[in-house]
Design a binder for this molecule. Sequence first.
Ligand code: F6P
Length: 359
Amino acid sequence: MKRIGILTSGGDCQGLNATIRAVAKTLYNHYGNDGIEIIGIIDGYRGLIYGEHRKMKPENFSGILTMGGTILGTSRQPFKLMRVVDENSVDKVAEMKKNYKKLGLDCLVILGGNGTQKTANLLREEGLNVVSLPKTIDNDLWGTDRTFGFQSAVDIATNVIDCIHSTATSHGRVFIVEVMGHKVGWLTLYAGIAGGADIILIPEIPYDIKSVINTIKARTASDKNFSILAVAEGTISKELASLPKKQKKAAIADMKFPSISYKIAQEIEEATGRETRVTVPGHFQRGGSPDAYDRVLSTRFGVAAAQLVIDKNYGNMVSLVNDEVVAVPLQDIAGKLKSVPKDCEVVETARKMGISFGE
Ligand code: F6P
């Protein structure tokens, strides 16, 4: 009898359940319902550290394809604290190894983003059999062209920009839609293009507020009574970007606005006299049903990950490269961030459409 553990870690996103389902169905189909036991680890690495888990049954994986969130629960367990003993003197890495052995696992299947992949690699280095899958709305995982969750979040952020368009036009206002994405601008770039934003600001291309203001003034001068900005939550001005790391961090922490968009909004309003509003869809972008693209991608990833388990091809993350699902070694991708290359084809496309990046 095979025993496989499965966990979801870090921020949730669309497609987690679709992926879990694909892993489980492939394993049951291969080994038969009596040939494999799947152990659901509760709330990500926390469950592995503190021994919280449940035996899953085949029926637990039915009817979950379209469900948002994760049936296993999740939590954020920062990688940098993994080697730090907790307040109760718990050695987290030792406990994870102990619980893996206690459960008699042949392999642990791990669904997660950047931090999660780093810990997956750490567990691999510690001798555990792991297979991982790339999850995040941020699409910032190295080694894969796409993460599941990204496209569904693009759809939601695009819908927000679409809805804002009518209000912006009716009132002749400037609107900022602040898009998630942590330190990268993939989500903002794609939603910005899809939603027809006039200005897209992303962390990879620090902005000059004068350029942003000039674009809005030029639009007003050419009788365009509204402007829409898609602004990534991690956006940074040229001024701040030029500071040494420590000073930059301090300046960001000192910002008296709830987020960067509110600062930009105030600067636009002061310089142009135009009413400027901010909309922050926030965690909406991670919620609800995965779209059709993510359901297919999740299924492809899940099946491929199960195949790695069957083949005992451990220590890999499944990834999408040129529309092929392949396995990439965890040690090659863990800890590397995939940012938007500032002159990539998608950015160039936007520039040629007249979209400003505030450069
Ligand atoms: O990584 C996904 C993400 O939604 C980021 O885009 C965002 O910066 C972060 O998680 C928010 O984290 P939390 O859910 O912990 O507030």
